[in-house]
Design a protein around this ligand. Structure first.
Ligand code: GCB
Length: 631
């Protein structure tokens, strides 16, 4: 039997050791909080399919702009009077002893309903960036057995977690899940949980402070207690290899992880594959794919119920099987060339006041616009890992996905902590979503400036992707140099990273950010390598829905821009797909033209409330014609 994919031990060794953070908080309090990374935390893959106890709902919150709960005013351990996480009834303690002082009381603080960003909690929170403490009480499940893990789907950006006044751990990164075992910290009856979340980006964080999207601080994805047996399937990856075999990798966690019998079962395919874990708790197996396996595709997004039985544990997921690869300048899905009819998306729900709290309904609303409205088969989930509901919904609806980490614009390329953080995020993202058939491309960066330090940083990430997942394609959205020809623009890709990616992904905004005439765009010259598939990872123009004038920011100009850019695209012989920028208008503090933008990037094909603009129909007609041709 050939080894497929890396074992879990290899996997965790990939991320820089010892665990390092890019953003180090200020105090000694923090040193008692272990940093959660893929080396230290359980992976809890497909935790959303496990039994658990949802801690979403009302939590009290308290702002802490000077981080007084983390450090005193000389940087020392903070006074008890500032430690938001201690397990005490503040009002009672002060009433019973007049020497006692607390400068907070979470029990009496305002309430936020989680998951959500605090930006929409109250008008005075609209532009707050900093530390916020969240706290709630809950009764532990009365009949507890096995092990219990606290899992956060995501909290933006740095998190400090306490249970019943005891340190649990911390995490860096706003878009990936993290978990801590709390079996022994839980007590019968009432428990108090406190989570500090600091939204501030720094020059060493990932992403850095300057981006083009709203920095939604808070706990934006579910907080759950996840129950498992004592020994459980921590990671399982079930997939089709490029040579058409069914492959499985499993890692068990627990006292009986070693030499443990287990089975992979896919009832609808008659698969019942037995195995035993090795000395590291890992199991790898490979067998021919069953003849009756129906491959997942956008036209037929067939998913199978998959189970890994390991003693008391029955790990479950719904998995689609397909292959994705590059041959010459083609992208092949299940061995056949495909054109990616896509659009880009931010994780922001449709509505006047988004708070980055994705529900099954909001995920479906966004992705149905892509699938049914635009006749798409592909979506770029920009610029960070999205809520796991998005990739699950993409699996169900039949949309291929580009998934990326927020290595965006100006990263601290020389900082080892920043690299460790980016690698950890990438690993957390890939571990979470390796079982999603929809994921076709892992992207490691967006519009980053070429330098030796950057090239080596990104090559490290690309190598990590290849080790963690050899069944997908790797890419990065690259910048192209703009030159002037006699009439039309001359575009040159001079980025050495082109050699390291499977798909060349180009962002281009000629006719929006440049003074090029739209009528000149179709004649653009592209000096780009001709040995790999190209996708346009972005192009776009702003339009305020309902504004019609012959000028920028009108629906008419945006529609003309799309027509001209699509005419240019039609002349590129190796173009194999596109994800124009962007499906929906999204909040961005850098967009402040009061006549048109008002804090929104207006490049959406639909407005923030879902009103379709003229350009929506231009792209939708184009994709409909492309889809008909592909049949
Ligand atoms: C880009 C960025 C994207 C921006 C977009 C814009 O190139 O990748 O994050 O939002 O342009 O609207 O300028």
């Amino acid at each position: 039997m050939r080894m497929v994919g890396p074992g879990f031990a290899t996997l965790i060794a990939l991320v820089a050791s010892p665990a390092m953070a890019a953003v180090e908080p200020p105090s000694t309090v923090i040193s008692s909080l272990p940093l959660a990374t893929v080396q230290t935390e359980p992976a809890l893959v497909s935790a959303d399919m496990r039994q658990g106890f949802d801690l979403s709902g009302p939590w009290h919150y308290s702002i802490d702009p000077y981080r007084a709960g983390l450090a005193g005013f000389h940087g020392e351990t903070p006074d008890p009077g500032q430690r938001r996480f201690i397990d005490i009834d503040v009002a009672k303690a002060m009433a019973s002893d007049n020497r006692t002082l607390y400068e907070f009381n979470l029990d009496h603080a305002p309430i936020a309903v989680l998951p959500s960003s605090w930006l929409t909690e109250a008008p005075q929170m609209r532009h707050y960036q900093g530390l916020v403490w969240y706290q709630r009480h809950f009764d532990a499940p009365a009949t507890r057995k096995g092990r219990i893990f606290l899992r956060l789907g995501a909290a933006n950006y740095a998190s400090y977690v306490y249970l019943n006044g005891k340190p649990v751990g911390r995490h860096e990164g706003g878009f990936t899940p993290f978990s801590f075992e709390v079996t022994k910290l839980l007590r019968d009856g009432d428990n108090q949980i406190t989570i500090g979340v600091d939204s501030v980006a720094t020059p060493t964080s990932v992403p850095p402070p300057v981006t083009d999207w709203e920095n939604y601080g808070g706990i934006t994805r579910p907080v759950r207690l996840v129950e498992t047996p004592d020994t459980f399937v921590d990671d399982a990856w079930v997939r089709l290899t490029r040579d058409g075999k069914l492959a499985v990798d499993v890692h068990l966690n627990g006292a009986d992880a070693v030499n443990h019998p287990l089975r992979l079962k896919i009832a609808a395919l008659g698969v019942d594959l037995p195995g035993t874990t090795d000395a590291k708790g890992d199991w790898h197996a490979l067998r021919p794919a069953p003849a009756k396996l129906v491959r997942w595709s956008p036209e037929n997004p067939r998913l199978y119920d998959v189970v890994v039985d390991a003693g008391e544990d029955h790990w479950k997921d719904r998995v689609g099987f397909r292959t994705i690869e590059v041959r010459g300048t083609d992208i092949l899905l299940n061995g056949k060339p495909i054109f990616l009819r896509g659009i880009s998306l931010h994780e922001e729900e449709i509505g006047a006041e988004p708070t980055r709290a994705i529900t099954p309904a909001s995920a479906r609303a966004l992705l149905s616009e892509v699938k049914d409205g635009l006749h798409g088969n592909y979506v770029r989930l920009a610029h960070y890992p999205h809520n796991e509901l998005m990739t699950r919904t993409a699996d169900e609806l039949g949309l291929l996905v580009w998934s990326e980490v927020p290595v965006y614009w100006m990263i601290a390329w020389d900082n080892p902590g920043t690299l460790a953080t980016a690698r950890n995020m990438l690993a957390e993202n890939i571990l979470r979503d390796r079982n999603r058939a929809s994921i076709a491309i892992w992207s490691v960066a967006n519009e980053t400036p070429v330098s030796d330090a950057r090239n080596s940083f990104l090559r490290t990430l690309i190598a990590d992707v290849r080790k963690l997942d050899d069944t997908r394609l790797v890419s990065a959205a690259l910048l192209v140099d703009h030159g002037k020809g006699p009439g039309a623009p001359v575009m040159t890709l001079a980025d050495p990273l082109a050699d390291s990616v499977d798909v060349l992904a180009l962002n281009t905004y000629n006719g929006w950010y440049t003074a090029d005439r739209l009528s000149d765009l179709p004649a653009t010259t592209w000096n780009v390598p001709n040995n790999k598939p190209i996708v346009f990872s972005e192009f776009g123009a702003d339009a305020l829905a309902g504004f019609h004038k012959p000028q920028k920011f009108s629906e008419d100009y945006q529609a003309d821009y799309y027509r001209a850019t699509l005419a240019m695209a039609a002349k590129m012989p190796t173009l194999r797909g596109m994800s124009p920028w962007i499906l929906k208008d999204f909040r961005s503090p850098r967009r402040q033209n009061p006549d048109f933008q008002m804090g929104w990037n207006r490049k959406g094909l639909i407005s923030e409330t879902g009103v379709r603009k003229m350009a929506f129909y231009v792209l939708s007609d184009y994709y409909l014609a492309k889809a008909a041709k592909a049949k």
